[in-house]
Design a protein around this ligand. Structure first.
Ligand code: GAL
Length: 950
């Protein structure tokens, strides 16, 4: 099993405690609860935790995309409730490091809390600290200050390694104390680098360096990769070589165009479990793209159904989906190609709601959790189908003989509806299924069925079922199994009994056939049927649902056994204490629920006792609280304030940085000197202002204009130019512009050209070419009709330490940001009343603010957002702050994002909230900021209670 030297080492190490390496506070905690140390190992079949084979059903979440620590448990609990047992988590170096040598792990950056929250929700963690993470995050996770370090990123360049080590020392210290091997931790694996495919000697040196560093920092869990075959062996090899797959690509504009499912078996390496470090769970969307609902359609529940099950059939026992909850690239964290939302069309939406894919993930996740034999299977020769369009991909557990048959279209993109019969060679003989005359196994277009045979439903053998199994468990002295199929489809299940059992159909339309093969139940999937079969070692209750019915089946496991709840929006947790079964969860407008649980004298829901009535199914009928209606205030009291004094000729810029550099850290070659790149002067986010001065007098020839090249980072960029306070124009979707200075505007003495630029984020550095150091701001400024040096420049951008808890990406360099208006708007008298939508024709920057008191229903989790709606044809950009947190960048003419989810915590649903919006109008046609409204993405009764973070 442990075929590699390192694995032996790990086993040997597993007996150790790591107290000596831990800071005192953690050691004290650990001793108090005397936790047992855990072991993590693996072989060619699966990962094993404490020797128990474990299917890793994992979803990717990014803490830096949810700046509200009280909501982290919400996401982890929603994952757990869908059968996920693992979260794969990138840690973004730049998010924790505002300056070279400075690190912040407090507040919204508290990784200790994050990992405790994961552990408390029963979620393991695959830690992915980079140093480079890609992830559509600014610089691929490299800190902003790395734009000033001309090192060879992602290589053995000693200058780079020194910086990478600086980060690893910090993050590894936190990760090490949260390893599962330390008893109270939850980290089960550590990914080294990200999609690093450089297997050259230098690439191997680099990987080996990172691995040695991780080990030296006390990382003992398996080192894993997403580098395909690159680091399977040789220098720099990881222990488990995962692979990344995005089979549908990222074109959400054609959401019904499918590409074939990949065959993962090609990346199943000897001695390692088959692991998808990233498998497509959605897609990102560019500025001007079709919007995330289309990405959710491209990677929909049918995609999950066909592709994730196909991975199971290929032998994968560790699957991670990128993303499961995408969140928000708040502040200036997005890369230039993407807008603020990182919803990703994922199973849990940016606003923490469930996409239909969530329920498909859950059906499969519950299956994998319940059916232990899936963790050790070999390929089995496929069985014969009587429909050539369909195929069977089969596996068998060599110990239990349990068989898995994936019935799907040979062409996974096909959308025809097909039917077939399958002949199975099982322990009890050969079966052509289904046996019911006139019925068949129906496979919809873009659908598949993972059928189970020779499987023990607790104490009863299920020979086969043409329904899929969602879950099964021993509960309250009975075996309970949930089977399902598409609404209206036929199903049959053959159960093995020595003598004819007593069959009670409690509800639904189910017929029984007793014969030499056992008990066959025939039915059509329609709502939820219930059949009690008494005759085996334990009675067996079958709950047979259609796909819709399975959505409201929830399972939680406790040391006292499993709990099933039929009903509610979400079951978050279940605990038995002193005879009380304490449940937590979320309720919607349907109060009815039914509980299958072990003995309990009392049941509580979010701490309140539930009245429970016994049902004929042996369950408890309960009634859950329903949510109160939510009414949101209109945002109709706005004030405004002018926000671009830099335009005025007389503005005092004497404190600004003088552009005097002749060299740059950038990979961009300056078009003119001095260097004007914002990053070289320490301005890394959002807007940077430039003011160019020249003198008009007898001795100087005044330039007649200015040719500019400005890099914002692509299609969503812009720059605007004023001369002596007069608007000359803006450039959007282009980097170049030439502006004449009308002679009537020239004045004797100092003349000023003001240029407003924006950095839409730094490029990632996928190819290790220093792309994160692509210039932002003015790259060339060529005076027309005058000497190249005729204009001298000063510049001013974001102030880095403006709000340490909000961190390095929150603010850009607009005047109002430098003055801190989103946090301290100053005297009310400075703001004039305003009406939205604005019909202003004035180019430049205007700030809007409103203050609202919210008192939304307590005990209810309401997910809020802001929406901007505009008549078409407006040319402006808006930067949205809620209580000082920059939660969105909007570009009216590009879109597609109009709705900006604001996590509770950032917004206070029970308090006072400041909404501040900086509007940069890029043209002089009438029409500024449109209508801004508060929106509700969903509201459920819930234990989620979020503290405001200010
Ligand atoms: C992967 C990469 C991720 C992310 C993803 C696309 O190749 O590892 O970090 O960029 O693509 O969303």
């Amino acid at each position: 099993m442990n075929h590699r030297p390192w694995a032996k080492l790990l086993l040997a190490a597993s007996g150790l405690t790591f107290a000596a390496a831990m800071p005192t506070d953690v050691r004290a905690e650990t001793t108090a609860s005397t936790p047992a140390d855990h072991r993590i190992s693996f072989d060619q079949y699966s990962f094993l935790i404490d020797g128990k084979r474990t299917y890793i059903w994992s979803g990717e979440v990014h803490p830096y995309r949810l700046p509200s620590p009280d909501l982290w448990p919400d996401v982890f609990q929603k994952m757990k409730a869908a059968g996920f047992n693992t979260a794969s988590i990138y840690f973004s170096w730049g998010y924790h490091s505002p300056r070279d040598g400075q690190y912040d792990f407090s507040g919204i950056r508290n990784v200790d809390k994050l990992l405790d929250d994961a552990r408390d929700a029963g979620i393991y963690v695959i830690a992915r600290p980079g140093p480079y993470i890609n992830a559509e995050v600014d610089s691929g996770g490299f800190p902003l200050w790395m734009t000033e370090k001309p090192v060879k990123n992602r290589s053995p360049d000693p200058a780079y390694l020194k910086l990478a080590d600086q980060w690893m020392t910090q993050i590894d210290r936190v990760l090490a104390r949260h390893q599962l091997t330390n008893g109270r931790g939850t980290v089960i694996a550590y990914q080294v680098e990200n999609e690093y495919y450089n297997g050259s000697p230098a690439g191997r040196d680099y990987m080996q360096h990172l691995e040695d560093k991780a080990r030296a920092d006390g990382i003992t869990v398996p080192l894993v990769g997403n580098h395909d075959a690159t680091f399977v062996s040789g220098k720099g090899a990881v222990q488990v070589s995962g692979s990344d797959y995005y089979p549908q690509g990222f074109d959400c504009s054609h959401p019904t165009q499918w590409k074939p499912a990949p065959d993962l078996a090609a990346n199943h390496f000897a001695g390692e479990p088959l692991f998808t470090a990233e498998f497509q769970g959605g897609a990102f969307d560019p500025w001007g793209g079709p919007g995330y609902p289309k990405c959710a359609q491209l990677i929909n529940d049918r995609f999950a159904n066909v592709f994730y099950k196909e991975n199971i059939a290929a032998g994968a026992t560790a699957q991670n989906f990128y993303m499961l909850f995408g969140g928000t690239s708040w502040g200036w964290q997005a890369i230039p190609q993407n807008y603020t939302s990182y919803d990703y069309g994922a199973a849990i939406t940016e606003a923490r709601q469930f996409d239909p894919k969530y329920y498909e993930d859950k059906r499969i996740g519950y299956f994998l959790h319940a059916v232990a034999p899936i963790t050790k299977t070999d390929a089995l020769a496929p069985d014969r189908l009587d429909n050539p369009v369909l195929v069977d991909r089969a596996r068998i557990n060599p110990d239990t003989g349990t068989q898995f048959h994936l019935v799907r279209h040979g062409d996974t993109t096909a959308s025809t509806v097909e039917t077939t019969h399958l002949s199975l060679a099982l322990k009890e003989g050969k079966f052509d299924i289904p046996q019911q005359p006139g019925t068949a196994i129906a496979i919809d277009g873009r659908d598949s069925k993972l059928l189970l045979a020779d499987y023990m439903l607790g104490t009863t053998r299920m020979d086969y079922s043409t329904s899929e199994l969602m879950t099964n468990a021993a509960i309250g002295g009975r075996d309970i199994a949930v089977l399902y199929g598409r609404h209206g489809s036929d199903g049959e299940t053959l159960l093995d009994y020595a003598a004819k059992p007593k069959v009670t159909v409690l509800s639904g339309n189910v017929t029984q056939h007793w014969g030499k093969d056992g008990l066959r139940l025939d039915y059509r999937h329609d709502g939820l049927a219930r059949v009690l079969v008494d005759g085996g070692q334990r009675p067996l209750l079958l709950l047979i649902g259609d796909d819709q019915a399975t959505q409201r089946v929830w399972r939680q496991d406790t040391p006292q056994g499993a709990v099933l709840l039929l009903g509610s929006h979400l079951l978050r947790s279940a605990h038995y204490t002193d005879g009380t079964l304490a449940l937590t969860g979320d309720g919607d407008s349907d109060a009815n629920a039914e509980l299958f649980a072990g003995d309990a004298t009392k049941v509580t829901w979010n701490g309140q006792p539930l009245a429970a009535a016994h049902t004929a199914s042996g369950s408890l009928a309960v009634s859950l609280p329903v949510p109160q209606p939510v009414t949101l205030p209109q945002l109709d009291h706005w004030t405004q304030r002018a926000g671009a004094p830099e335009i005025a000729r007389g503005f005092n810029d004497s404190q600004w940085r003088v552009a005097n550099r002749t060299t740059t850290s950038s990979v961009t070659k300056p078009g003119t000197l001095p260097v004007l790149f914002a990053d070289d002067y320490g301005f890394h986010t959002g807007n940077t202002w430039y003011r160019g001065h020249f003198t008009v007098d007898a001795t100087h020839t005044a330039p007649t204009g200015l040719k500019l090249a400005v890099k914002s980072g692509g299609v969503a960029g812009a720059f605007s130019v004023w001369f002596n306070g007069h608007f000359l124009g803006s450039v959007t979707r282009n980097e170049l512009g030439a502006f004449g200075f009308p002679s009537a505007m020239l004045v004797p003495g100092d003349n000023v050209v003001s240029v407003l630029t924006v950095d839409m984020g730094h490029e990632e550095d996928y190819n290790s070419t220093g792309e994160n150091r692509t210039a932002r701001g003015i790259v060339s400024a060529e005076p027309l009709g005058a000497d190249a040096k005729a204009i001298t420049w000063r510049l001013q951008g974001a102030l880095v330490d403006e709000s340490p808890q909000r961190g390095p990406y929150n603010f850009g360099g607009l005047y109002g940001e430098r003055q801190g208006w989103p946090l301290k708007p100053g005297p009310a008298a400075d703001w004039q009343s305003a009406t939205l939508p604005s019909d202003s024709a004035q180019p430049g920057v205007t700030w809007y603010r409103t203050n609202i008191q919210l008192s939304l229903p307590k005990g209810q989790d309401t997910s809020l957002g802001l929406e901007i709606t505009d008549p078409p044809g407006r040319h402006y950009r808006a930067t949205i702050f809620v209580n000082g947190w920059q939660m969105g960048n909007y570009v009216a003419e590009l879109g597609p994002q109009h709705r900006f989810p604001i996590p509770n915590g950032v917004i206070d649903p029970h308090g006072n909230n400041d909404i501040t919006i900086a509007v940069w109008k890029t043209d002089a046609t009438p029409g500024g900021l449109g209508t801004v409204s508060l929106i509700n993405f969903g509201s459920y009764t819930s234990p989620v209670d979020v503290g405001a973070i200010r």
